[in-house]
Design a protein around this ligand. Structure first.
Ligand SMILES: Nc1ncnc2c1ncn2[C@@H]1O[C@H](COP(=O)(O)OP(=O)(O)OP(=O)(O)O)[C@@H](O)[C@H]1O
Length: 358
């Protein structure tokens, strides 16, 4: 298994900068998720670590070794892609055996059989071993692709949106399986995705990538509770964090829409009068007939365990999660407040969290 470090990685394609001064440290045995929108630079990062591209600047270390001069094979990493790269006319067994049969590896046939059997058991594809891979469902093919990566026992797994082509239910099942697998193997995983739910549910750590730059790294909880800026606040959470503009005055938050909400509660505030963005998660907004904010109910979605209510104040929409038994009708007037302890303050201009600002 392996420790991976990216130091000051920049990658340009012609005049386009795909990655800018990227610093990532992935501990041995960690499940690290790189979260970013399309074009953010996720695949490029994986290809650089795999040795399929060379950085324009910066260094990559695997277990402390600078791998600049190492070819893809020497790096001993497995890349699992969104599209399954299987041999269609071969059986599942042949597909799994293939990476072990290279002459360089010189693995004895009994060991090959044993490894294939073990991987098939882990991924619950034993019953498919003699089937041709073009006769498999999407989920089965993706299991085989993952199996082909595992069977080699690589140092590092690089996964490029391996679940995104699958339907929602299967994706959820494989998410759990992959996470269990990673824990059982004790392997280092770098998993890239544009799906924040996947990132939140699988990652020990998440790195949020925006336009080739890493904007925050932290545990899912840190990223969710303390986003470094409004970009991260919007990227993580469903519905995302509410962002309300305003100022602080006399121990209250004064929203641009005019309502005032409690603030302070012993928190040191050095931002009185400065234009701010108040970040508050939907579960930290509450409805109460005596609360200071007033809004109209714009929409109500019943999610079974809770309802997500969209409130309208002036031109601004605010999401709140409320218990399912709460009765609300569209256009009802409601009063709301928030948990002042849970508010994150961002500079209104730069969008940077005051806690993260230096
Ligand atoms: N070989 C290349 N030549 C030119 N530009 C490239 C090349 N590879 C990637 N890029 C550009 O670099 C940027 C980052 O691409 P990358 O594939 O890493 O993004 P991504 O985050 O993986 O996106 P997606 O989720 O769509 O796969 C994009 O703007 C892309 O067009």
């Amino acid at each position: 298994m392996a420790h991976i470090e990216l130091k000051g990685i920049t990658k340009t394609f012609g005049t386009h900068t795909a990655l800018k001064n990227l610093n990532i440290d992935i501990a041995d045995g960690e499940f690290f998720v790189l979260l970013g929108q399309t074009g953010a630079g996720k695949t490029t990062t994986l290809r650089l670590i795999a040795g399929l591209e060379k950085p324009t600047a910066g260094q990559i270390f695997i277990d402390g070794h600078d791998v600049a001069d190492w070819g893809a094979a020497e790096r001993d990493v497995a890349l699992v892609l969104q599209q399954y790269s299987l041999y269609p006319r071969y059986t599942v067994r042949e597909n799994l055996e293939f990476p072990l049969k290279s002459r360089i590896r010189r693995i004895d046939p009994p060991e090959i059989q044993e490894r294939v059997a073990r991987v098939a058991k882990t991924l619950r594809i034993e019953h498919l071993l003699d089937r041709k891979t073009d006769r498999l469902s999407g989920g089965e093919m993706q299991r085989v692709s993952i199996g082909r990566a595992i069977v080699r026992k690589p140092r590092v797994f690089l996964m490029d949106e391996p679940l995104s082509a699958l339907d929602a239910k299967l994706r959820e099942a494989l998410r759990t399986e992959l996470k269990n697998l990673q824990m059982n193997l004790g392997a280092t995983f770098l998993f890239v995705t544009h799906d924040q739910i996947e990132a939140m549910s699988m990652g020990d750590k998440i790195g949020v990538l925006n336009n080739g730059q890493l904007v925050q790294t932290g545990t899912p909880q840190e990223i969710y509770r303390n986003p470094a800026n409004t970009f991260v606040a919007r990227a993580v959470g469903s519905p995302p964090m509410n962002l309300i503009t305003g100022t602080l005055a006399g121990g209250e938050a004064v929203a641009s829409e005019g309502y005032r909400l409690p603030f302070g509660n012993g928190r040191a505030i050095a931002a009185d009068g400065r234009p701010l963005t108040f970040g508050i998660r939907p579960e930290d907004i509450f409805l109460d007939s005596g609360a200071p904010g007033e809004a109209r109910v714009h929409d109500v979605e019943n999610h079974g365990v809770e309802k997500i209510v969209t409130l309208r104040t002036g031109e601004k929409f605010i999401h709140a999660t409320v218990p399912t038994q709460t009765v609300l009708r569209i256009e009802d007037t409601v009063r709301f407040s928030w948990n002042p302890e849970k508010v994150v303050l961002f500079d209104a201009g730069s969008g940077v969290s005051l806690r993260h600002a230096v």
